[in-house]
Structures are given as C-alpha cells and as structure tokens.
Write a protein that binds this ligand. Structure first.
Ligand code: FES
Length: 149
C-alpha cells in the first residue's frame, strides 16, 4: 500500500486548490494518509468532543482543515462571514476527491471535476457534477475553542 502524501489542504491561507493530483474516483482508500502523521500540513486529527481550533485564531471568512480521528477522513471548518461556524467532510460527494476552501469565493471547491459547494448553506452544491451536498459535521464553541461535537 503506497500512501502518496498528496496533502493539498493548507486551507487557512488562500489555497488555490488546483494542485492536487488526486487519483480519480475509484481509489478512495488512499485517504488514510493522515495516519502517517504528515508534518507537511497543519491538519490536526480531532476526536469527538475535542477542540479543533481556538476560535480567535480563525477570522470570519477563513477555513481550517482538520481530520476526523474516528474515520481518518479530511474535514474543513469554516468561520462564516456572519460569525457562525460550519464544518463539512472534505470528501467530495461526486467521486471522493478532497475539496478545498476557496478564500475569495468563500466556497468549497473540488480540484478533480470542478464541483463547488456553499459552506454557508449546508454544503449545498453550487456547481456540479456533484449532486449531493457535502456531509455536514457538527461543531460547537466551548471555552474559546471550536469543538467537534
Ligand atoms: S470528485 Fe468529481 S467533482 Fe469532486
């Protein structure tokens, strides 16, 4: 099993999201890459009930990539412009590539086939080919942190 560390998810800053050479579609089993504790990104692996990030660290309009410890799947926390928080599985509902945050558009975009999702509307599809919204992940604020619920 060769886990290529294609970790194009440094989401906190403006990430073009176009550099990933993710294998298309069928190879969805490569998502375990996080287990290698890659030091190339700042994506922490977060358990339920644990803090994802300090709320003050992430201004509205920005996003933060993390991994779900339970499944190993990548996820993205978005601080919405209205100051609320939303988090989604970063696994594209079209064919499983990893979506990234588009800072200027404030959307979540997939580098593989161009699907775009709106984090302010439940991860709804803005542009296909994906047909289903991103899977929402529950978070809450607690003690100055945003916590995985
Ligand atoms: S995997 Fe095809 S658009 Fe995301």
């Amino acid at each position: 099993m060769v886990g290529l560390g294609v970790a194009g998810s440094s989401v906190l800053s403006a990430c073009g999201g176009g550099g990933g050479e993710s294998a298309q579609g069928s190879g969805q089993k490569t998502k375990k890459k996080q287990q290698a504790q890659a030091s190339t990104t700042t994506s922490p692996s977060v358990d339920k009930g644990k803090p994802i990030v300090e709320a003050a660290f992430l201004p509205p309009g920005f996003a933060f990539a993390f991994d779900l410890a339970e499944s190993g799947d990548p996820a993205i926390l978005v601080h919405l412009p209205d100051e609320s928080w939303a988090a989604y599985s970063a696994v594209c509902t079209h064919a499983g590539c990893e979506v990234g945050y588009q800072l200027e558009a404030q959307r979540l975009g997939c580098p593989c086939h161009g699907s775009v999702f709106n984090p302010a509307q439940g991860g709804a599809v803005v542009q296909g080919p994906a047909k289903k919204p991103l899977k929402e992940i529950e978070v809450r604020t607690e003690g100055g942190n945003v916590v995985l619920a």
